[in-house]
Design a protein. Structure first.
Length: 235
């Protein structure tokens, strides 16, 4: 209880700007824990899945491959389930289907992450604003003081003003760290989704070869899922 009362006392000393900083901290924590839960819930052993799926596709055991993908709880399983369900499509159409589905999965991964980026940017600025306002009040008190100025009067006003800067940084630093972590997770998952999509497309290439004679030309080295589009769509 003492620590809680001390925290509220510090917030009251920081002034009105401490309220939006506190709200930013609540939103940031909510986004962080929600995204951590999402990645935990959708975690899958992609190395094991890749080996099993590659073997099944090489032997054209598509029903078993589809069942394996449906058992997977992550984005790769969902993506390839859609791909295998549309395996009779021409190659260009299948790649288009996988690309759209992959972007949807990446959009789900990036949900609310840009909110975290905004909080990481504005929290220090709000803290700085609170400090400036606090310094103005402190020097205003000194200006109104008659006679010799007590240094402790100015020092007390300054340390209270600096509370908002400290609070803003305390919110922004974890937000920046977690934002970088989530961005790296999304880049990794973008690569994994593209890798599995290309595995599926190339394994089905022979089965749909006759239909692909009139298919749209797509470069072999062109990624099916575009990480740059993923970042833009989550902005």
């Amino acid at each position: 209880m003492d620590s809680i009362s001390s925290a509220f006392e510090l917030m009251s000393k920081g002034g009105i700007v401490m309220l939006p900083i506190f709200l930013c901290s609540v939103v940031a924590l909510t986004v962080i824990f929600e995204r951590l839960y999402y990645f935990f819930k959708n975690n899958e052993d992609t190395q094991k899945l890749f080996g099993s799926l590659n073997e099944l596709l090489q032997h054209r055991r598509h029903p078993q491959a589809l069942e394996l993908c449906k058992q997977s709880k992550g984005p790769v399983g969902r993506l390839l389930s859609v791909g295998l369900s549309h395996k009779t499509q021409p190659k260009w159409k299948l790649e288009e289907t996988l690309s759209v589905m992959g972007q949807e999965e990446l959009n789900d991964m990036g949900k609310n992450i840009r909110t975290l980026e905004v909080i990481a940017a504005i929290a220090p600025l709000m803290g700085l604003l609170g400090t400036v306002l606090g310094m103005v009040q402190a020097f205003n008190k000194v200006a109104e003081y008659k006679g010799q100025v007590d240094p402790s009067l100015l020092a007390g006003g300054i340390w209270e003003a600096l509370l908002t800067t400290a609070a803003g940084l305390a919110v922004a630093i974890p937000a920046v760290v977690m934002l970088h972590y989530f961005d790296r997770k999304m880049e990794k998952n973008s690569f994994i989704l593209t890798k599995f999509s290309q595995l599926l497309v190339h394994s089905l290439d022979d089965d749909t070869g006759s239909e692909n004679l009139s298919a749209k030309p797509i470069k072999r080295d062109e990624p099916i899922i575009n990480a740059d589009l993923m970042k833009a769509s989550t902005s």
